[in-house]
Design a protein around this ligand. Structure first.
Ligand SMILES: Nc1ncnc2c1ncn2[C@@H]1O[C@H](COP(=O)(O)OP(=O)(O)OP(=O)(O)O)[C@@H](O)[C@H]1O
Ligand SMILES: [Mg+2]
Length: 227
């Protein structure tokens, strides 16, 4: 698959490295001379200082970066919105904004909340549903863990995407350890043999690099990224 205009970054779980991977992807695309916007439909945990778009801009450099809605508690969007007394935008509002950003940028990278089927609005809308609204301009990038348990989570998510007829760009290991063990090596081998490409593996501690080193190294981590 060639690189789609809109890349929806999902994960097998929360905390798997979606944000670090999105930053690496943005850095690679910008090095290729492309213009990039990043969009986070629902940002939870603002009261704790969580801001995925701020982290992406810190690592990948200044670019258009927006959240659809910002919620205070570090909870799933529906639960966090209930605490705040906030309304969650409907999926169509996120889709409209992403399409608008896609008019003025070569690529829009949108990072989901948690995994694929987490509810992003009060009607049960999910990142998968957003992908359906944005098809055929969008494809999914699935960020996964290298550790034991990842094969089930990865294949379940890929099956859910396939079942919905949604396009998949590939899989990325969100945090590849400096000293991988037997489980990590074995899992990587299996992930390499899936019907969708393994685009790469972001090194663990990537976010501790200086932004300059992060941008220099990102292309090597995502070495399977198509043109
Ligand atoms: N490759 C990596 N290098 C450095 N730190 C990482 C890496 N992957 C994950 N982390 C760390 O693990 C934590 C979770 O990573 P990250 O925020 O990218 O996950 P996420 O999937 O985006 O989570 P969320 O569902 O909250 O958006 C962060 O503290 C991040 O710094
Ligand atoms: Mg994140």
């Amino acid at each position: 698959m060639s690189l789609p205009d809109i890349i929806l970054v999902t994960g097998t779980d929360t905390g798997v490295g979606k944000t670090v991977t999105t930053a690496a992807l943005a850095a690679v695309l910008r090095r290729r001379g492309r213009t990039v916007a990043v969009y986070k439909p629902c940002q939870s945990g603002n009261a704790d200082g969580d801001s995925d778009i701020a982290e992406i801009v810190r690592l990948a450099g200044a670019m258009t970066a927006e959240a659809g809605v910002v919620l205070q508690q570090p909870l799933a969007p529906v639960a966090a919105a209930a605490v705040d007394g906030a309304e969650l935008p409907p999926l169509a509002a996120h889709a409209d904004r992403i399409l608008e950003l896609a008019q003025s940028h070569d690529h829009v990278l949108a990072e989901g909340a948690g995994g694929l089927l987490v509810h992003l609005d009060s009607d049960g809308g999910t990142l998968a549903g957003l992908g359906a609204l944005l098809a055929p301009a969008a494809a999914f990038l699935l960020v996964t863990r290298p550790a034991l348990g990842t094969l089930n989570h990865t294949t379940l998510t890929l099956e859910a995407l396939e079942h919905r007829g949604l396009a998949v760009l590939g899989v990325v290991l969100g945090s590849w350890p400096a000293s991988p063990g037997t489980a990590e090596h074995g899992n990587r081998q299996v992930l390499e043999s899936l019907p969708v490409p393994l685009i790469g593996a972001v090194r663990a501690s990537a976010s501790e690099l200086s932004p300059a080193d992060f941008r220099d190294q990102a292309a090597a981590w995502l070495n399977g990224l198509p043109e």
